[in-house]
Design a protein around this ligand. Structure first.
Ligand SMILES: [Fe+2]
Length: 221
């Protein structure tokens, strides 16, 4: 598993809030099959180990005695360098009749904040995804609604609309597509998108960002 070894970029994160969050460290179906491997989170080297009962043990490389908390949720392995409260829910992930797919884990030379900004910014569609999500003649981001809930630690963008020439693999023509975004973690968000087959429920795409250090992430989709 690729990790960042550049010491200059691997200073340990001092932010208590980030340290106390759950962070994803890979899709359980894609994790290495060998018994142990190294990974990185917030500038800290991790040792990940498969244990006898089929689960995982995660520890710091600089202190292998200290076992870090682990969770397996939404098809991913999560850990924390601090004392996390319970991980958020994604009710759609529990609904019957849905397929959960791991689309990929991609290492990107950027910060977690920039990765999140890209995911939430519809304005990039026409320029980065021409022909599929938009075309360069239709670049308008129409007004949408932003609400936040301190109690739920969440931000929602709703009533987002974008014209798309091919909104889905089965689309035969362009259509206005309705979106909503849910930000349920500083480095994690879900996008809800209408689909032509089941108008009463939305396709759900989640982005879970693993901050390797301040300038490198692994984006799990
Ligand atoms: Fe994009």
């Amino acid at each position: 598993m690729a990790v960042v070894s550049d010491a200059q970029n691997s200073a340990e994160c001092p932010d208590r809030v980030l340290l106390d969050l759950w962070h994803p460290i890979g899709a359980t179906t894609e994790l290495p099959s060998r018994r142990q491997w190294s990974d990185q989170l917030l500038g800290v080297g991790l040792q990940v180990e498969r244990i006898a009962d089929g689960g995982f043990r995660v520890s710091r490389q600089d202190d292998a005695e200290v076992e870090l908390p682990v969770r397996e949720r939404f098809g991913y392995l999560w850990t924390s360098l601090g004392e996390p409260r319970e991980l958020f829910d994604i009710p759609e992930a529990e609904e019957s009749g849905r397929r959960l797919l791991h689309a990929g884990s991609i290492m990107v030379h950027t910060s977690a904040g920039c990765g999140m900004e890209n995911f939430l910014d519809m304005g990039h569609f026409p320029f980065v995804h021409p022909g599929v999500l938009e075309d360069e003649t239709r670049t308008e981001v129409k007004d949408y609604t932003v609400t936040s809930s301190v109690a739920d630690h969440e931000i929602w963008d709703t009533e987002c609309v974008f014209y798309q020439p091919q909104a889905a693999m089965d689309s035969t023509g362009g259509a206005e597509v309705n979106y909503a975004y849910r930000v349920m973690h500083p480095n994690g968000a879900a996008l809800f998108k209408s689909n032509s087959q089941q108008p009463d429920r939305f396709d759900t795409v989640a982005l879970f960002i693993q901050p390797l250090d301040e300038e490198h992430i692994r984006a799990h989709m």
